[in-house]
Design a protein around this ligand. Structure first.
Ligand code: C5P
Length: 240
């Protein structure tokens, strides 16, 4: 059993603790929720447990399909053990249909099809509100090497395909999602989390939103939306 000690980091929704083994960290999923770069804050009761279950099951599925991740194992309802990584300060967003910030930027209607997946990079910086950047910015700022970015891009598209198929099994469309990658043992691994906090997930029949947009846009029934994804995963035998 891993013994946990000091708090290393506290974000808007997660706490990260040191483990006895310095190569590991424990991530605790809280019910705290934030959006719009922390300007909107709230609590979604039970969200931490739901996200921990969803995220750990997804990371196990990805590992089984050859994606190297930081995930080690789920410890209990709220906590998971992960490898300690050096986070690359670039958020990767993959989009399968138009939503969110893409709408205003490109004048698209919500749900409009995209002929191929779109990949976007954002510079992780609270002070600058995570501005969108391109590959030459990543290179020029020395955020990642060209080889690292090639690997990240290829892995992101593969994760997108795996996740689309995964959610399709439970009648859910993966509209878009965000990922982070980190350096670990001389390689690059998928880090952070994948959950209704970081994905747009729509019911494939009704288009109902089952993700954080319910919180962002005050659509109500936020707790139920997260529970619904977990319930469908349980029914589909996708929770480990
Ligand atoms: O807001 P935007 O349309 O750019 O978000 C794209 C995707 O990235 C959405 O699935 C959103 O939930 C996710 N995202 C995130 N964390 C952020 C920004 C966006 O998980 N800080």
């Amino acid at each position: 059993m891993e013994k946990m000690s000091g708090l290393i980091y506290e974000g808007g929704e997660k706490q990260i603790f040191a483990a006895d083994d310095p190569s590991l960290v424990m991530i605790r999923y809280t019910d705290d929720t934030s959006a719009y770069k922390g300007f909107k804050k709230g609590v979604i009761p039970g969200k931490g447990k739901v996200n921990n279950m969803i995220n750990s099951s997804i990371f196990m599925m990805l590992e089984e399909n050859g994606i190297r991740t930081h995930f080690v194992r789920r410890l209990n309802e709220r906590d998971s053990l992960n490898r300690r990584v050096e986070i690359i300060p670039v958020n990767i967003i993959v989009r399968n249909a138009a939503a969110g910030s893409l709408l205003q930027r490109l004048g698209l209607t919500e749900g409009a099809a995209l002929a191929c997946p779109v990949i976007e990079y954002c510079y992780k910086s609270d002070a600058l509100s995570d501005p969108m950047i391109n590959r030459t910015h990543v290179d020029a700022l020395g955020l990642a090497t060209k080889e690292e970015l090639d690997f990240i891009e290829e892995t992101s598209l593969r994760v997108n395909e795996l996740l689309k198929a995964f959610f399709e099994k439970i009648g859910v469309l993966l509209i878009d999602f965000r990922m982070e990658f980190g350096r670990c043992d001389g390689g690059i691994v998928l880090a952070d989390e994948i959950s209704p906090d970081t994905c747009r997930l729509w019911d494939s029949r009704t288009g109902e939103k089952l993700d954080k947009d319910r919180f962002r846009r005050d659509l109500g029934d936020v707790e139920n939306a997260y529970q619904e994804i977990l319930r469908r995963m349980e029914q589909g035998g996708l929770i480990r």
